[in-house]
Design a protein around this ligand. Structure first.
Ligand code: AFP
Length: 343
């Protein structure tokens, strides 16, 4: 819907379908709209299953270990299949990269120029599931450049700056869908009775500075000294600079990021010393850090490794990990000062 001045009016309660139809942005063509709606549909199925997982025997682990060496939950596998099937059905997706698949899936018949590459984490934070904690789904969408099977790997391994859409679903007390197509960030809450996502958070803006930091502080003694100094600084009382910050940590990135987006502050998963599996942190660039960075930048925030903008990183492998500092512009900039040795 547009006003007389041509400005797009965002009305709380608008269903996602109508919202996407009324968004006349050039960035959102019919194909991308279809894909986003299908992401929403897959998430409805996942949300329903998360809701009743304990009743339908979907809690607990499988016997498998995924490509990251982590134990796989039953719901991870199920949700991955749902997401793949739902998006494949659109015939718009050429390649899919997922936390749960060692290699990308390619659907040859769809691999034309302009078709989509989707990277996703079907159930982020799945270790929260058995305790009835919040979990989520993260997605990242790019367009492919090549034709047929040409350059499949090169087309799949692209910088986050090339995303045309990204977002997440959070399955908490309510299911929330947050997305961007590079023209601001909008949040929808799922109304179970209507079976619809309704606009609840139009044009989300992250505060320039927050009052909380979010990090697994149990890893403190494995962090690099500059990370330890950041956390020492934030947790030291000083009235003049609004410290100490409060610590909030759910352990599901989607939940920690959703709170950070609304209230401001910092979320971090830093690199660890010792050359172990977390020498580049824990989070994956292509389907965790890059989509969240796109959302947060579009909401006026900032995302970096501490020294480099997340969206500028050229991935070298599908499951590459990256240290992540993300949130309010001023808070992330402060951490970058520590990392540059300016504090
Ligand atoms: P799982 O999906 O394996 O539970 O991992 C969740 C996650 O990737 C991310 O959502 C959290 O922010 C982070 O790991 C929590 O990791 P720690 O348990 O090491 O703090």
């Amino acid at each position: 819907m547009t006003s007389d001045s041509g400005q797009w009016l965002l009305k709380v309660g608008t269903p996602l379908t109508r919202h996407l139809l009324e968004d006349r942005s050039e960035r959102l063509d019919r194909d991308l709209r279809t894909l986003l709606l299908q992401v929403g549909f897959a998430a409805k199925l996942i949300s329903r299953e998360v809701n009743r997982a304990a009743l339908v025997g979907k809690l607990g682990y499988t016997d498998e270990v995924n490509v990251q060496g982590e134990q796989v939950k039953q719901l991870d596998v199920w949700a991955n299949d749902v997401f793949v099937t739902a998006l494949k059905d659109t015939h718009l997706v050429c390649s899919m990269v997922s936390e749960e698949m060692e290699e990308p899936l390619h659907f040859d018949r769809n691999c034309v120029t302009g078709s989509f590459i989707v990277c996703f984490d079907p159930v982020d934070g799945s270790s929260n599931l058995d305790g009835n904690g919040p979990v989520g789904t993260i997605f990242s969408i790019r367009r492919r450049q090549g034709q047929g099977r040409d350059h499949l790997a090169a087309d799949t391994l692209r910088k986050g700056a090339e995303q045309v859409a990204a977002g997440y679903l959070m399955y908490g007390p309510s299911t929330v869908l947050v997305y961007t197509v590079g023209r601001g960030v909008h949040g929808f809450t799922f109304d179970q009775m209507l079976g619809e996502y309704l606009l609840s958070h139009p044009t989300m803006r992250i505060p320039q500075r927050g009052r909380t930091y979010s990090v697994n502080q149990g890893n403190y003694h494995r962090w690099h000294p500059e990370t330890q100094r950041v956390i020492d600084y934030l947790s030291t009382p000083d009235k003049a600079t609004g410290r100490p910050y409060s610590l909030r940590y759910v352990g599901a990135m989607v939940a920690d990021m959703h709170r950070t987006l609304l209230d401001g502050g910092l979320f971090m998963y830093p690199a660890e010393v010792g050359g172990g599996t977390k020498s580049q942190g824990k989070l994956r660039l292509m389907y965790e850090a890059a989509p969240m960075a796109y959302v947060v930048e579009q909401a006026g925030g900032r995302a970096s490794t501490g020294v480099e903008r997340i969206l500028d990183i050229q991935p070298s492998s599908y499951h590459q990990r990256v240290p992540l500092v993300i949130g309010s512009d001023q808070d992330v900039a402060l951490v970058e000062e520590f990392f540059r040795g300016q504090r």
